[in-house]
Design a protein around this ligand. Structure first.
Ligand code: SF4
Ligand code: SF4
Length: 382
């Protein structure tokens, strides 16, 4: 397999016409991006039942399925594990997904977001057996699951099901490689041990890696002025042998063109670059207050409708600019226009949904304290 074929189009963060409405996909821009991606010889699209409230799948149908021959592209879709209540639900969701996409089969099909509570739901609904049958009857060419939990749980799942699966989709990037919560390296090595391919999600950790503080951005410029930070991050993931796909969720044409350049002129990361990224990971880790990837899963589930990632994003930005009171103004504006962060009732509903295992109520409390205390936020982070 060539490195070029590893570049996948992630359809979880499509361009929007209204940034406050995740279902308002900018179809015209998306189609232009699809055309550019296909013209350059790439062909892998990743979606799920849940992305953009279901609109990701229909947008792909219009931009791709209705405009290109079926054999010219690959589609990966994912079962909404959290919504499975019984065995019959597998069929119900799969039929709905095929219909939304306007296709007869999936190139890749995943059980979405296996973590401790949802592994139980998937087992109760017999979903592993179900996807095995999908492969046998041709509804899916490859099967697997996407994963958001510890290496301990991954080992348990693989010991039980690796024999029937082809792929595991992992969160993998240089910030999470040795992270004690995400454990990218350990999870990757377990997949290698079981002979499974790895598809990579969050290679930029939802933007945390590229939205680094200026000091880190300057370090990258000084190290190699001809490469973007994203270039390093994609090459970090794609240089691994068992990694066959690296997804990028692109909202701008500019980002797509940079990624095309990375994969068309791919260079495996060298030792000097690995050592540099290790240093940058340490520095970045110290500069982030909350490691939120802005996936948005928590927001739909919060009964109070608190815009959690927006508060965390402000918190992170403000950490690197503690002398700029402008972030307090943004915080006040956000709390005025949307639900205030201190509306959290500590119900805990969001916790199972957090892909980064963040203690959301505790972090929201810190957000409130920090902004309300007139902006002296970071004593505790040092
Ligand atoms: S714990 Fe707070 S943030 Fe989480 S779902 Fe409940 S109210 Fe929302
Ligand atoms: S708090 Fe967790 S679930 Fe919510 S957007 Fe951030 S990473 Fe995603």
């Amino acid at each position: 397999m060539s490195y070029k074929s590893k570049f996948g189009f992630g359809c979880m963060r499509l361009p929007l016409t209204d940034e406050n409405n995740p279902t308002s996909v900018d179809q015209e821009l998306f189609e232009k991006m699809v055309d550019t991606y296909m013209e350059h010889g790439f062909n892998y699209f990743d979606t799920s039942y849940a992305y953009h409230g279901g609109v990701s799948e229909t947008a792909i149908r219009k931009a791709l399925v209705e405009r290109y021959p079926r054999e010219s592209f690959q589609i990966c879709d994912k079962m909404p594990t959290w919504a499975l209540t019984c065995e019959e639900d597998n069929d119900k969701f799969v039929n709905e997904m095929l219909e939304r996409l306007g296709i007869e089969y999936f190139d890749v099909f995943f059980i979405h977001n296996i973590n401790t509570p949802w592994f139980k739901l998937a087992e109760n609904a017999n979903s592993f057996e179900y996807v095995k049958k999908m492969k046998e009857n041709g509804t899916a060419k490859k099967i697997g699951f996407s994963f958001h939990d510890t290496s301990e749980l991954l080992e348990k799942v693989l010991d039980k099901y690796a024999d029937i699966l082809d792929v595991v989709q992992l969160q993998l990037n240089y910030l999470d490689w040795e992270d004690p919560v995400i454990e990218s390296r350990k999870c990757y090595e377990l997949c290698v041990k079981h002979g499974l391919d790895v598809y990579v999600m969050e290679p930029l950790k939802g933007g945390v890696i590229v939205n680094a503080p200026d000091e880190i951005k300057n370090d990258f410029k000084n190290f190699d002025p001809d490469r973007s930070i994203a270039n390093f991050a994609f090459r970090f993931a794609a240089s691994l042998d068992n990694v066959k796909i690296v997804l990028s969720g692109m909202t701008k044409m500019e980002d797509m063109l940079d990624n095309i350049n990375t994969f068309e002129n791919f260079e495996v990361l060298n030792d000097k670059e690995y050592a540099f990224l290790e240093k940058m990971a340490e520095k970045l880790d110290e500069s982030v207050a909350v490691q939120c990837s802005e996936c948005g899963y928590c927001v739909d589930e919060c009964p109070e409708m608190i815009p959690i990632p927006e508060y965390f994003s402000l918190f992170n930005i403000s950490k690197n600019r503690p002398d700029e009171n402008i972030y307090k103004l943004y915080f006040d504006k956000l709390a005025d226009e949307k639900v205030p962060a201190d509306n959290c009732t500590y119900c805990g509903t969001c916790l199972d949904y957090c892909t980064q295992k963040i203690d959301i109520p505790e972090e929201l409390e810190k957000v409130c304290e920090n902004f309300e205390n007139g902006f002296s936020p970071y004593e505790e982070f040092g």
